[in-house]
Design a protein around this ligand. Structure first.
Ligand code: G6P
Length: 372
């Protein structure tokens, strides 16, 4: 087993380090000689994809957060409404789904029972289903109309890391592909984003290489009983995933919030010493988004919160209000989750290890939930 871990203390630590490759491999071979996107494994009639008027993403756990990130990107690029729903909720309500609905099922294992049932439920109503799956030969791709494989390689640790990054990557590819097919963007715009995507593995590596400080802070915080995570726009699902990782691995109460909701409740939780991670959007993106999150940091700091801020290199606006800054390389706003979630994974992994817990096999959890 030590050999399989490749010298890392845990599978999770190894899988965090595998992420640049997982994203790179998921992007590999997706363009033709003219630079157009080709999704070979997506055997679904192009005329169907052109007439889709709604996308519903179904998934559970971490995969559902990948779906939330996908929503921001796909709506922006394709101008198709995207809903994201937990598979177990989707299948027990009466969702409006028909032949013009494209359902995207995201699953690492391809075996999650609720996701499988939701796929069947959607197809019975005439929807086409594309699944984004990591495990070849699993059930969900067999029951889908088409499949887009992530190439993260086997993920052993129960808590998902590299599968998550490759799911987000695959969802970006799907979004760009639909935009290309439906003529929502000019080919050179798509090519530019694809090139930016191809720079992400190197940037993810950079975030991993800078991990020492986040590990140090995680060890200092081993006895913390509550951590909050705030994010906005694509930073919101990152906040929720950061909180989920901490719950799963360290058994600490953790919650992710949309930063804009702060005044509608979460701010009441802020008392002196409360640790809060804040994911700050790029200052080069939409200005108002950046400045709103900066004022959120200011508000919680004024009430005594200990602010752990994730910000883009060069964003000095965060300095006056941050107790600690974890810097990530510059990236386009929509692609930033591939970077900002990494310090949160490292934090949870290190903190759980410092508490003496088994990060690969957290109590009560299973890698793949094949029962309802
Ligand atoms: C379990 C795992 C999670 C995973 C979720 C969905 O809860 O512990 O890490 O995100 O199932 O699994 P799937 O295989 O469908 O992505």
């Amino acid at each position: 087993e030590a050999a399989e871990k490749g010298g890392f203390a845990s599978f999770m630590d190894k899988e965090i380090h595998d992420q640049p490759q997982a994203v790179g491999d998921t992007l590999l071979g997706r363009t033709d000689l003219e630079g157009r996107l080709v999704l070979d494994d997506l055997r679904i009639d192009e005329s169907v994809l052109r007439t889709v008027d709604k996308i519903v993403v179904i998934a559970c756990g971490t995969a559902a957060y990948a779906g939330h990130v996908a929503k921001y990107a796909i709506e922006h690029w394709c101008r198709i409404p995207v809903e994201v729903e937990l598979a177990h909720e989707f299948r027990y309500r009466d969702p409006v789904v028909n032949e013009k609905t494209l359902v995207v099922a995201i699953t690492q294992s391809g075996e999650t029972m609720d996701t499988l049932m939701a796929v069947r439920h959607a197809r019975e109503q005439g929807a086409k289903v594309i699944s984004i799956v990591n495990t070849h030969g699993s059930t969900i791709p067999r029951e889908s109309d088409a499949v887009l494989y992530t190439h993260a390689g086997p993920e052993i640790a129960v808590a998902s890391t590299k599968a998550f990054l490759s799911q987000i990557t695959a969802a970006y590819l799907l979004g760009l592909y639909l935009a290309q097919l439906r003529g929502n963007m000019f080919p050179d715009e798509i090519a530019k984003i694809y090139d930016e995507l191809r720079e992400m593995p190197g940037k993810i590596q950079e975030v991993i290489d800078r991990g020492a400080r986040v590990r140090e802070i995680a060890r200092w915080m081993a006895d913390t009983s509550s951590v909050l995570f705030l994010g906005r726009h694509v930073g919101f699902p990152v906040a929720m995933e950061g909180a989920l990782k901490l719950k799963e691995l360290a058994y600490i109460h953790a919650e992710g919030f949309a930063a804009g909701e702060l005044k509608h409740g979460p701010i009441a939780l802020i008392e002196p010493g409360q640790a809060v991670f804040v994911i700050v959007p790029s200052p080069r993106g939409r200005h108002s988004l950046h400045s709103k999150v900066i004022s959120n940091i200011q508000e919680i700091r004024a009430r005594g919160a200990r602010t752990l801020v994730l910000a883009e290199d060069g964003d000095e606006a965060v300095l006056p209000y941050a107790d600690e800054v974890f810097w990530v390389p510059q990236a386009p706003t929509l692609l930033a989750p591939l970077l900002t979630v990494v310090p949160l994974q490292i934090f949870a992994c290190e903190l759980a290890t410092a508490r003496g817990l088994d990060v690969d096999q957290p109590r009560n959890l299973a890698k793949s939930v094949t029962v309802e």
